[in-house]
Structures are given as structure tokens and as C-alpha cells.
Design a protein. Sequence first.
Length: 696
Amino acid sequence: MFSKLKAGCFRQSVRAEMGSLLEMQKLLKKKDEKIRELQVQLERKDAEIVELKTKLDKYQSVFKPGMAAMSGTAGPAAVRRRAQGISAEPQSMKTLQDVTKQKFKKYIKSKSSKDLIKAAILDNDFMKNLETSQIQEIVDCMYPVEYSKDQVIIKEGDVGSLVYVMEEGKVEVTKEGNKLCTMGPGKVFGELAILYNCTRTATVRALTKAKLWAIDRQCFQAIMMKTTLQKQQEYIEFLTSVPTFKDLPEETISKIADVLEECIYHEGEFIIRQGAIGDTFFIIKKGIVNVTRTDPGSSSPKFIRSLKKGDFFGEKALQGPEAVEDIRTANIVAADKDSVVCLVIDRDSFSQLIGGLGHVSSKKYEHEEDNVAVDNEFANVKLSDTEIVATLGVGGFGRVELVRVKGFNNRTFALKQLKKKHIVETRQQDHIMSEKKIMGEARSDFIVRLFKTFKDSKYLYMLLEVCLGGELWTILRDRGSFDDGTTRFYTACVLEAFTYLHQRGIIYRDLKPENLLLDSKGYIKLVDFGFAKKIGFGRKTWTFCGTPEYVAPEIILNKGHDLSADYWSLGILMFELLTGSPPFSGSDPMKTYNLILKGIDIMEFPRKISRNAHNLIKKLCKDNPSERLGNQKNGIKDIQKHKWFEGFNWEGLRSKTLCPPIVQPVKNTTDTSNFDDYPIDEEDTPEDFTGWDKDF
């Protein structure tokens, strides 16, 4: 009886527990369904956010930057806007020749003032990167200025050309009426104005009587140019005095001069020790060294001779094959109480740069000259023969319109309009004339063709090949980023354009997605040559120009730059295409430049960038231009042979048989669906009769 009762209770308990378990399972099932429902809603909302952001980007990218800020919707990283190129006034060759002889006016100041200015410069993120000799010149050339309480030193929106160092007093910094900070003695401000002609981004007002030191852009840039040119000329003179180098081409000598490093040795210090293995070549820049040798059976070294400024030693280290080691046959000892300074290059750097002396002596430095026949097809076309169909783009200098041309049935063209008033105000006349010449002569499948130019009292016009696939910038904006294969294809197209330009000594200087257009087949063409310049080989140019996120460190520091600046920008482009954003981007241009000067090594690469792509970007973005891939012994071939391009079909690209990763649909010759919509230009542009454009 008891056991039956016990069994009944047990069954009842089991049934109750089973019921509870079933109830719990039902509840869990309901919760799972609710979670899935919420996940679906979240995914839908995420998709809506992405769609709305794309629409917002499209809207704000076609209006002036100030309009987005006025709406209150824009933030530093909130909206992807088209990047604006900037440029200083071009430097003429006469200026470059005269600058090394230029003498600067120096202002008397106390030791304490000099020390304060120098300390302020070394504390500034930008100016601390200058060389010691440059800083000394700047300190000497700064002149005194004073402001009374409540006086405005810098006004937001004004065009500026001065940088200041505070010595006494206190100032307040505001932007759009909002206080940013206060500053006291020992601070630098206004430094962006010494790089190029720009408007002030904030207002600085004296809170007390203030004593400052100032220097203008013209003097600053002249100091930077003079010190760099003097050093380069001195190095070249040293190199050409060495028999090993005297017969080398000018551009090779210039490259070696760029890679020389200065090393300091104190009295009694061994520079070379007899019997050691060496691979370094030395030229004495300053001081005296003693050459000694210990003969077999002797315990003490014997004096051979002394060497002085301009003398050299260790040249055999550069002459033999890399596998052959140079055994030093003598001691070289610093013998100057004021220390010895040597210019040094090692065999590895020398070999990477120019491939060794045998490589150079057998290399021909004859560069192809273009003999482009005049394109008579457009000789009789007049501006009045063009008919505007739609707007393709809007930029700082004007607009680009899709046009038909009388007599050219079933074809359309791009007509670039440039405001003469804007060109004159920003002193870009030389750049515009250079753009016309370079584009008019260019014959590459990866560069947009220029067919004809026109002008009237308000505008200059360029009749260009049209690419109806749209801007790469627009596609990147809408997709967010590209995969490895897509980025590789577009990078390869740019490399083909660079190969064509660099073989002719032309630097481009404005690489960015905004200047890459897709043709109807999906291939990339380079456009907008406003900053391009023919500089030749082994020479530098000095004008600060480009897009802030893309400029190389040597441009920012006004050291002079050459074709290697384009390889830096190629690395930046790769990073932006793979991630959707350039690696260096600050809330204002000066912050961006300071990030660039800190170098690519401080950047944290996203996981989505593959190991080989990461490696190539870092090799392209070396701080030292002579170390950049593309600027070494094999030129652009070194980039094409990098592991990231392994297996890439270069011949298919050149013959245009390779299938592009993205082909934008183009229905007909007037289809502008791949471009954003732009507002009508209602600005009244004044006429300009300066006459500078007579050759356009």
C-alpha cells in the first residue's frame, strides 16, 4: 500500500516537473522568436541608416562645404565630402637660382628671447620637424610685434601670411564665436599660413597687452629653400669631386646626394678600423682625420697621412659585388678637437637606390620625347559649337559640363570651365598653362585626352574626353570600401598613368579618388592636371600643392620634392580604397599635416588590409623619398613586381582585355546617371581682361 502511494506521488511529481519544463520551453521559444524579430528590425534599421547616410553624403557632397556646417548635421567624420586641393604660389626657376644668394634681414633680440622662440618652435608639432640650421635662421629673422588688450591678432576668415610666437601676455582663441582655449608665453600659432595662402580658421584676441615675434610666409619659405638647396649643392660638389662618381649622370648624383647621411665623430674615435669588414663610403664634410696602418710584426700603428674637408675614403665598399666583402686596409681616426663630420652611404642603400656603379654605367638615361602631331580633327571647332547637356562636376575653379559638339554626331565631350578671376586671385596662372600643355601632349589610355581649348572674358575652357562611368570617389562613397582585387585593378591603372608621366619627367601631385574617372568599359583614367608639372630628372620642385590628406612629408616641410611624391600618394590611395578613409585625417589641415609628419608607422592598419597590401603601403609611404618603392633602381617595376601584384595580368590591363571589377551601366552618350546632380551655377562671374591667358 505504502509503495503504491509512493509510486503515485512520484508519477505526480514527474508530471508536474514535465509540465514546468514544457512551460519553460514555450517561454524560451517565445523569447527566441522575439529576439529574432528584434534582430530583423535592427538589421532593417541598420540598412535604413546606411541608405540615409548615403543620401546625406550625396546631398552634401554637391553643395558648398559651408552649407552642411550651417545645417548642424556635419562633423569631422560624419560626412564624406570631396577633398579640396590647395596650392601655394608657384616658385619660378629664377627664384630658385636667386634664393641661395639671398640674405635675410635679422632682428636683434636678447638671449632669453632667442631661447624662448627656439623652445616654442621645438614644442610645436609642425615646426619641431625643421632642421637645426633652419630653426636658427627663423629665430634670427623673426621681428617684434605688440598688441594691446582686446585687439584682434588673427581674424577667422581673413587671409593670413604670418606665424607668431608669444613672448609676453595672454590670448584667447575662438572659432565661430566659441572659445577653444587660451594661450600664454612660449606658444606658436598661425603656422598654417606659412605653408600656403589660406584663410584663418580661428580668431585670436589679446586678453592682455601682448608681445609677440612674427615671420611671414615668403621669408619662411625662402629660408627653407635656401638651407635645403645649399646643402644639396654642397653634397653634389663633394660627390662630383670623387673620381668614382664624377662621370655619373646628373640625376644619379642628385639621388646619391639625397641619401647621404651626416655622421659626427669625436677626436680619437675610430671611423674605420684596419682588418674590419666594411660596406660604407665616407666623404669628409668638416674636420681632419688621420690614416694609420699597422704593418705585420709591428705592435703600433704607423701614420700614413691626414685627410681634410672634401677628401674621401672607403670607396671600394661600393664598387664590388654585394657578396664580396671589403676588408679595411687601414685605420681612419678622427683627429679634430672640434669633431669630424662625414657624409656617409652604405653599399646596401647605394645598391637599392641606383643598383651599383656597374648598373649605372651601363644604363642609358635617354628619356623619350613626345612628338605629338596636332589633332586637326578639332582645329575648326569653336566654343559656340558646343551645347551643354548636363553638369558632371563642380570644383573650386569652376564646373565640368557634358556637351555635344556641332559636327560630331553620336559623340559627347566634357567641357571644363575655369573662372579666370579665381585663377588670378589664387595666382594659379602658371599651373593652368602647365595643365594645358601636359594634357594636350598626353597620349595614354589611362589619361583623359584634351582635344581643344577656348576662352572668353570670364572663363577658360578645356574640351576633354568624357568618361561616363563616373568618379571612383562616388563609387567608393556608396560602397564604403573595396576588396583587394578591386583596389589592385585601380592601383594598376594609376601605375600605368604614372609610368607614362614619369618617363617624361612629369610629376602629377593630385592623386585622389575624385580625380579618377571610369570609362564605359570600367577602366580608370587620370584627370585634372592642375598641379602637374614637368620637372625633368634629378631635379626638385618647391611649390606646396596637393590635397592635405595626400601630400608627402617633404612637401609639408618645404624640402623640395620630385616624382617620388607621387609614390607616397599611391600608398595613401591604396589605404583609402581598402578602408574607405585615408590614413591621415585631422579636423583641420594643420592637424592632418602633423599626423603625416609622425609617419605611417604610427598608424594602426585595419584587419581588412591584407599582409601584402600592408607591406606595399608601408614601402610606398616611407618618410625618406629615396627609400620609397618606385624611387629606387628599378623604378615603377619594383612596385609592379611586389607580392601584392603577384599573378596580376599587366598585359591584359594594357591591351584592355582584362575584365574590370566594376562596370557602371552607360545607356548612351548622354547618360549622366553615374554622376551626382548639381545645382545650377547662379554666381555672377566678373570679366577679366588681364591678358595673361593669350597663349591658352
